[in-house]
Design a protein around this ligand. Structure first.
Ligand SMILES: *Cc1c(COP(=O)(O)O)cnc(C)c1O
Length: 353
């Protein structure tokens, strides 16, 4: 059996509805800032419960523009975590600012208790990442930010439709940035992104800078109607894995799930013993396991100038050695999940002997 990481083949198995939308659109010649883009932005804003959504060219652009427009630039420090995709940090650097790292906690999001000691007179903002589809502890982060008069931005690229106690991601920061990359929970046919904000002033300024291609918005309009279905499928698949793997506690650690958090499982990550052996075993048996990511960001060559060393962020570093990502997407079948669980069990049974 094959268990693929990507679901794009299934998502676009029937192209006809998309092509039909595109044909209708092409006849209008409404190519830039067209009606479908306005519709998409309105739908996206509604989805996030926010007054403004601005389409941009990528999630990375969403982050860069958000911070630039708020005055994050040379000389500023921005606090974030090394447990993220490199674009979070790349965006801070692209603004001319300095990334300052704080370790993550057990759920792969920034540990709010460790933020305060990283604050200096140069600190301007906290960039919280809702990594894996989990939600950073925003109430605690906002409290620290208020005490020190810092701005807060949300990197929500992996967490569309996630929430805490029903409060959706995007509700806390000056802005929140989303990605429409082909492998994100809501995607388009290439790169795309969205910024949401509560602020009329920021929305007006942001609209002067970027736009999402209206052609991509045509695709987005069709897929955004499926966001609830996509999210709910992932929310069914992840706890199913959690339950089925609970008996392997000696080898497999399922992360603690915070009460009240709607985790949307962009990535389903476990901490496991003999990670590299398990990954090879899964791949040999047709299961596309992955590692997000094997090298901590603060130890990457590009981050050397920041002066961090091994041991600075123990949680992140130990995670990089033990994490494995399993396919959790909306098109997985129960049989594929069962097969994956059986293969994991088979691997550890062999190790026990
Ligand atoms: C994907 C992603 C980005 C960047 O999004 P792009 O659309 O690929 O530019 C930024 N941050 C995180 C956490 C991401 O997962």
């Amino acid at each position: 059996m094959r268990v693929n990481f990507s679901y794009l083949e299934q998502q676009f198995a029937d192209l006809e509805p998309y092509l039909s939308d595109l044909r209708d659109f092409l006849r209008t010649s409404d190519f830039t800032l067209g009606k479908p883009l306005v519709e998409f932005e309105n739908r996206f804003a509604t989805l996030c419960g926010m007054p403004h959504a601005i389409g941009v060219a990528s999630g990375t652009d969403a982050l860069i523009l958000s911070m630039k427009i708020c005055g994050v630039g040379c000389g500023a420090e921005v606090i974030t975590t090394p447990t993220t995709f490199f674009a979070t940090v790349g965006a801070i650097v692209a603004c001319g600012a300095k990334p300052v790292f704080v370790d993550s906690e057990e759920g792969f999001v920034i540990d709010p208790a460790k933020i305060e000691s990283a604050i200096t007179p140069q600190t301007k903002a906290i960039l919280a990442v809702h990594y894996t589809g989990n939600v950073a502890d925003m109430p605690a982060i906002m409290e620290v930010a208020r005490r020190h008069n810092l701005m807060v931005f949300e990197d929500a690229c992996q967490s569309i439709a996630a929430s805490i106690e029903g409060v959706p991601v995007g509700s806390w920061g000056e802005t929140a940035s989303f990605s429409l990359h082909p492998l994100k929970n809501l995607n388009v046919w290439g790169d795309g992104g969205v910024i949401v904000t509560r602020s009329d002033e920021l929305a007006t300024k942001l609209r002067l800078y970027p736009r999402l291609d209206t052609l991509q918005a045509v695709i987005g309009n069709r897929l955004i109607k499926d966001v609830d279905w996509i999210t709910n499928r992932r929310i069914v698949n992840a706890p199913y894995y959690d339950d089925r793997l609970a008996s392997l506690g000696e080898f497999v650690q399922v992360p603690r799930r915070r009460l009240g958090v709607k985790h949307v499982y962009h990535l389903y990550i476990l901490r496991v013993k003999q990670r590299d052996g398990l990954l090879a075993h899964l791949q040999q048996n047709g299961i596309e396991g992955k590692i997000h990511y094997p090298v901590p960001l603060h130890l990457q060559p590009a981050a050397r100038y920041l002066g961090y060393k091994t041991g600075d962020f123990p949680q992140c570093e130990s995670d990089c050695r033990s994490i494995i990502t399993l396919p959790v997407h909306q098109h997985l079948t129960r049989e594929q999940i069962e097969y994956t669980v059986e293969q994991i069990k088979a691997f550890y049974t062999k190790q026990r002997r």
